[in-house]
Write a protein that binds this ligand. Structure first.
Ligand code: ZN
Ligand code: ZN
Length: 879
């Protein structure tokens, strides 16, 4: 039974019904199928804490389009969804709830009870974003949905950690890490955002111990100086060479510290001498290692000065800075202060200044892992779309530092390391150990820390397919995955880590193509943000205009890797497009008398049929090419133009006479072509606008249970009628030009006229007479070899293969038209005089707001232009 289409299209109602229909008939389910080619995308898992925003909407739409396209092309297409536990983000949410509702901290509950709370929170809210995704029509295989902390993913994390630890690729060590004193956790390099901030450069005098003078250092961070354990100079610096080996006195602290020679100091940069604080600066730490300098930490985890800070103990780091500078000045150590802006690392979550400090953490040794990750991008095994992002990736990978993976949180994958209370040995193991593998002691204490969220998401392309079980059918069939769709903002966080993990754990790239998209900005080009209040809720848009309209808006005109602006009006325009398709489809169905879909015999095809089929054929070829090249925005725009212009505005008009005519054979052929082309473009449009296309497709004659499982249209050499199509275009050009000219002249369609066609392709126009009469409002068409008699007094329109003449008196009533022009001219002149008067009045021009004056000028110009136009028309009439 075919569906009937109601008069009005109601997206909200249709979309939820269609989605349920897809779910009920298992349309999203993917199966490894040896007879088909595999295609797969793993979804970048949104945070369980997340609410769907415009960025997600774009990301999901792109993935859905690719998946639907490949599914229709005959691939066994899997789009695997899931969510991320999002360590810090989730923990903060639950801690906040705990604080507000019960006035408690996580420490009041203890680790176990607190984690129970987080799981409960996840159960309650974790599916919210999934529900929201469904509203957009995403065709993921929900039966394969995963969570980064589910049993399988946790097993994968443990396996990867142990493997890498055994190979020495994961180690525990004291290093300078980025510490957020607000979030109280270590951050990876990628989690630090650098912001240019105004600051100062303080020049401080350190007296030499032997009383022979002093050495001046410059610093942006005086509050760390209590931790200074040396001063470094370049060994080739003539100015300082002689001081190497001597000592100086650290002001305020009165501690004797060595002066060392190290190439790290640049000659001529600053004062040439650099104070060394190995506990709070990564470069100083390295220098310190080379010269055996002490490491003294003076800033505590919470950003306050600790007991090593002497009289400043307990002060906040910035408070200490002020007090210290004041003391230095009073005691005569401050040489000078200069304004100096510099890059300050800030926490990507809370935006507080990050504190580099020395800490015992877990690290992944990145250098050896980066080699393969670099190779696969360089040799094209993994391609970036657009290409330019491979440079961003390579640049980062080539300069990568060891990755700090431990986080001082409770929510996440706890590090599988146990310290022996007896001998201190670290036991890292796939199973929870009961005794120390070294001394057999049973008193073991597990490491408190959890892993960076990105550690588990780095494994996502294979942990979700069954790894570490190498016999997993899914893993064997769909790994390496095909496309990875993501924003350029997480290339380092995520893409880079997936490649590293894929190459290390699977020995194979995690995906073939990384398809990068930009950000969705507001209509003024600003980032959508909570603080600006300029965010647009995708669900609200879907509710109002339909998810199809939202999707089409996000895709059309969007090019890979570039940011886009979101205009609400465009959603409205896309809803109008949906309505246009709806109305055209209803018209076709109302006039349809056949029950199956198929083209008529070639002999029964008329010229306009051949024209539309040729256009469709070209469209299929081009759109398929665009899709394969990830030019989704170009593809969607072409489909749009075909439907709106070629099909609705032209083909339907061209065939109207046949549908209402007496020639049964011709009528039937028109019906068949109408419904055939409709079916084909519904298929092409389906990946972009899945709902309305499915709804209409269910109402036209079709085979199969769903459009989403139907075949993608194929280019067909037999449907190329280039000669007939060109003839049709000639006739259409003539019609278009006449209609434009008549519109310019305000001639109503009811006013018919004779039309002379002068062309060396007379036959084409003779055949097109029917169309010209009906669509160019002619009552007779006369084909001639040369200009007709009296053509000087006719309106002439020229196309690229014809000259068209219309006797002027047939179009307009001279006297009436002249009178109208005269009246309009008089009105125009009056306006011009008025504006000129105003604008020549100095008092007005000087006192009125600039905007008002500009408006008046603009109106004056408009009237002048109108006058010129009227005079032109008058001249034409009088000629
Ligand atoms: Zn923070
Ligand atoms: Zn032991």
């Amino acid at each position: 039974m075919r569906k009937e289409l109601p008069k009005q299209y109601d997206p909200t109602q249709v979309e939820s019904q269609i989605y349920q229909m897809w779910l009920d008939s298992d349309c999203f389910k993917a199966e490894p199928d040896p007879d088909k080619k595999p295609y797969s995308i793993v979804m970048p898992p949104p945070n369980v804490t997340g609410q769907l925003h415009m960025g997600h909407a774009l990301d999901s739409t792109l993935q859905d389009i690719l998946t639907r396209y490949k599914r229709m092309e005959g691939y066994s297409a899997l789009w695997l969804p899931g969510t991320d536990h999002a360590g810090i983000a989730t923990q903060i949410k639950v801690e906040e709830e705990l604080r507000v509702k019960e006035g408690k901290t996580r420490y009041d509950l203890g680790r176990e009870k607190f984690l129970e709370r987080v799981w409960a929170w996840k159960e309650k809210y974790g599916s919210r974003i999934v529900e929201q995704q469904r509203k957009l029509g995403v065709s993921c295989d929900w039966s394969r949905s995963r969570f980064t902390m589910d049993e399988g993913c946790s097993k994968a994390v443990r396996e990867a950690f142990c493997e890498m630890y055994d190979k020495g690729l994961i180690y525990k060590g004291s290093r300078i890490i980025n510490w957020c004193p607000h979030c109280l956790t270590a951050l990876s390099d990628a989690e630090v955002e650098y912001v240019d901030k105004p600051g100062h450069l303080w020049y401080i005098r350190y007296p030499l111990s032997d009383g022979s003078g002093d050495i001046v250092v410059a610093t942006t961070r005086p509050e760390t100086m209590m931790g200074d354990t040396g001063v470094a100079v370049n060994p080739n610096d003539e100015k300082f060479k002689h001081l190497i080996g001597k000592t100086c006195i650290l002001p305020i602290m009165n501690r004797e510290i060595p002066i060392v020679g190290d190439e790290y100091c640049e000659i001529g940069f600053g004062t040439g001498a650099v104070k060394m604080t190995p506990a709070h600066d990564p470069n100083d730490f390295e220098v310190g290692l080379r010269h055996n300098l002490d490491v003294i930490r003076v800033i505590a985890d919470d950003g306050h000065i600790n007991e090593n800070g002497g009289k400043y103990n307990g002060m906040d780091r910035y408070e200490c800075r002020k007090a210290l500078v004041k003391d230095l000045e009073e005691q005569g150590y401050l040489v000078k202060t200069e304004p100096y802006s510099h890059n300050v690392g800030t926490c990507y979550r809370c935006h507080n200044d990050v504190e580099p400090l020395i800490s015992a953490q877990w690290f992944v040794k990145m250098k050896p892992l980066a080699e393969e990750a670099i190779r696969v991008v360089k040799d094209g095994t993994i391609k970036f779309v657009p290409e330019r992002f491979s440079k961003t990736y390579l640049n980062w990978m080539e300069n990568v530092h060891d990755w700090c993976i431990s986080r001082q949180l409770w929510w996440g994958h706890q590090i599988p390391a146990w310290y022996c209370d007896e001998c201190g040995h670290i036991n890292v193991s796939r199973e929870d150990p009961t005794k120390c593998e070294k001394c057999g002691c049973t008193k073991l204490t597990r490491d408190e820390d959890v892993l960076d969220t990105w550690f588990s998401s780095g494994l996502w392309p294979f942990s979700t397919l069954g790894w570490p079980d190498l016999d997993s059918e899914d893993l064997k069939y769909w790994y390496p995955t095909t496309d990875m769709v993501t924003g350029y903002d997480i290339i380092f966080f995520w893409v880079a880590r997936m490649v590293v993990s894929g190459m290390e754990q699977m020995k194979k790239e995690p995906f073939k193509t990384v398809f990068i998209h930009g950000l969705v900005r507001d209509d003024k080009g600003r980032k959508m943000s909570k603080s600006l209040g300029n965010g647009i809720d995708p669900l609200e848009m879907a509710e109002k205009y339909g998810a199809d309209a939202l999707r089409f808006n996000l895709i059309t005109g969007n090019s890979p890797g570039n940011d886009m602006r979101f205009y609400v009006e465009k959603c409205e325009a896309m809803r109008n497009f949906a309505n246009k398709i709806w109305n055209a489809s209803r018209y076709v169905l109302m006039n349809l008398t056949v029950e199956e879909n198929g083209l008529p015999d070639a002999a029964d095809l008329e010229i306009e049929d051949k024209w539309v089929l040729s256009k469709l054929n070209t469209l299929i070829k081009e759109v398929t090419e665009n899709m394969d090249a990830y030019e989704l925005g170009v593809a969607s725009a072409k489909v749009y133009d075909f439907i709106w212009d070629t099909y609705c505005d032209w083909y339907i008009e061209l065939t109207k006479a046949r549908l209402y005519g007496e020639d049964e054979k011709s009528k039937l052929a028109a019906q068949k072509v109408l419904v055939y082309v409709l079916d084909q473009f519904l298929r092409l449009l389906h990946p972009f606008m899945p709902f309305i296309t499915e709804e209409i497709w269910q109402a036209i004659p079709h085979e199969g249970r769903s459009l989403m499982l139907a075949d993608w249209p194929k280019y067909d050499e037999n449907l190329n009628f280039s000669v007939e199509a060109a003839h049709m275009e000639s006739v259409m050009n003539a019609i278009r030009s006449i209609r434009n000219r008549r519109a310019e002249m305000n001639v109503p369609p009811s006013k018919k006229s004779t039309l002379y066609v002068v062309s060396d392709k007379g036959e084409i126009f003779r055949q097109g007479t029917g169309f010209i009469c009906r669509l160019a409002y002619a009552d007779q068409v006369i084909i001639c070899d040369s200009d007709p008699e009296g053509h000087e007094n006719m309106v002439c329109v020229v196309t690229n293969d014809a000259k068209l003449y219309i006797p002027l008196e047939e179009l307009i009533d001279f006297e009436k038209e002249l009178a109208r022009i005269e009246k309009e001219k008089a009105n125009c002149l009056k306006q011009i005089a008025m504006f000129e008067g105003k604008l020549s009045n100095e008092a007005f021009v000087s006192r009125a707001p600039e905007k008002v004056v500009a408006e008046q000028r603009e109106k004056l110009e408009k009237n002048r232009a109108l006058l010129a136009q009227l005079e032109e028309s008058e001249k034409r009439l009088r000629r």
